[in-house]
Design a protein around this ligand. Sequence first.
Ligand code: ZN
Length: 242
Amino acid sequence: MTEAHNDILNSFRTVLVIMAHPDDAEFCCAGSVKKMSDAGAEITYIVLTNGDKGNHNLSITVPELVKTRMEEQRKAAAMLGVKEVIFMGEEDGFLEPNRELRRRLVRHIRRIKPDLIICQTPELYFRGDNYINHPDHRNAGLATIEAIFPAAGNPMFFPDLIAEGYPPHSIRELWMCMTPEPNLRIDITDLIDLKIEAVKQHVSQFDDLDRLERWIRERWGEEDEAGRRRYFESFKRMSFGD
Ligand SMILES: [Zn+2]
């Protein structure tokens, strides 16, 4: 496994993070995003669903919940130096990697022209013996990958978008989080406090923020040989050349 050095993190000018739900990006890659924005990269988030199932409190209406989750996501993104958050408004829980979603993603990829896209892996159904991965996470990854290849870089796909002013664009690297087989990890020990604060911006999603913080510090950390706690974000990294 490669441990990312600054030359990797500093090599991206434009980064697009595509996730299923508000809060996914903070869990997946908040520390990495902050490192890249500090190095001068322009970062955009795309949140595919509106997060309208992320609640167990029946007294709040769906439009209120959607608005709250957008505000929480914008606050978290701002802490990490993200330039823009785009909400695609798909229904939470029913995300489908269909032709229309592919077209919408290709449009954004061709417009934003990222060198790096970060998304969720479509591979993960289960982890351990007590975690079923949310289907939106898998489908967000699948929709993103299918937009990247073969569509975004191929002029035969969606020529109407070219006529609109969005020529084909091929990315340089793809990083997928939640992967069972990471080949890249980024040491975010120096940013773990900020990452936790960014996750905690999603107030509507957690009953007990202190318990959440304890869980993150205990579950995610690992001790090095000197007994110091270190934190990492891990990815499957694919490189496609320039
Ligand atoms: Zn999620």
